[in-house]
Design a protein around this ligand. Structure first.
Ligand SMILES: [Fe+2]
Ligand SMILES: [Fe+2]
Length: 182
């Protein structure tokens, strides 16, 4: 396939060897690691949570996250690549912070749930930033099929973030404010 942009003729095979294409694949490896890591971390977060409402929300997002992993595998396939994960230091750092929050808060307290929500929203915001950027890059690289898949995940991350805000504002923050420090 040949297309013409800015008066320059490029072929799709030339596009596939561009620096931007390689960068895009590298970023896919990063978010693939992050999503797979979350599949391991979310059950621990759910177990540590105090309220059933938060446990349910995290468990629900665990199932959604498994879908994100398999969607990325589809994306690698569409890019003619084998799925490969590369450690995402940012996500590792955010989840380490989540672990610290759990160990710094009292077992069975609603304050712990406030902390878990805060950590979980940092995760979602990292994912939103990543998928938002990747959707744009996929479009630039003329991979609209890939952009559509990544956009679906982006919307799910946004919904999760909103749901967490709702749980915090409707109940958990208010309940935690009544807890007396020991
Ligand atoms: Fe995700
Ligand atoms: Fe997520």
């Amino acid at each position: 396939m040949t297309n013409s942009k800015n008066g320059k003729k490029t072929t799709s095979s030339e596009n596939d060897s561009s620096m931007l294409h390689d960068f895009f694949i590298d970023e896919l490896k990063d978010i693939y690691w992050a999503e797979k890591h979350l599949v391991k971390v979310l059950p621990k977060m759910s177990k540590a949570a105090t309220t059933q409402e938060l446990k349910d929300a995290i468990n629900e997002h665990l199932e959604v996250t498994k879908t994100h992993v398999s969607r990325l595998e589809d994306v690698f396939g569409l890019m003619n690549k084998t799925p490969q994960a590369k450690k995402c230091d940012a996500m590792a750092g955010i989840t380490d912070e989540g672990d610290e929050i759990v160990s710094d808060t009292e077992d069975g307290s609603v304050t712990r749930d406030v902390g878990i929500i805060l950590a979980a929203q940092k995760v979602e915001h990292y994912e939103i930033a990543t998928y938002g950027g990747l959707v744009q890059l996929a479009k630039t690289l003329n991979h609209n099929d890939v952009a559509d898949i990544l956009y679906t995940t982006l919307e799910e991350e946004k919904q999760t973030d909103e749901k967490l805000t709702q749980i915090a504002e409707d109940n958990i923050n208010v309940e935690a404010a009544q807890e007396v420090a020991s």
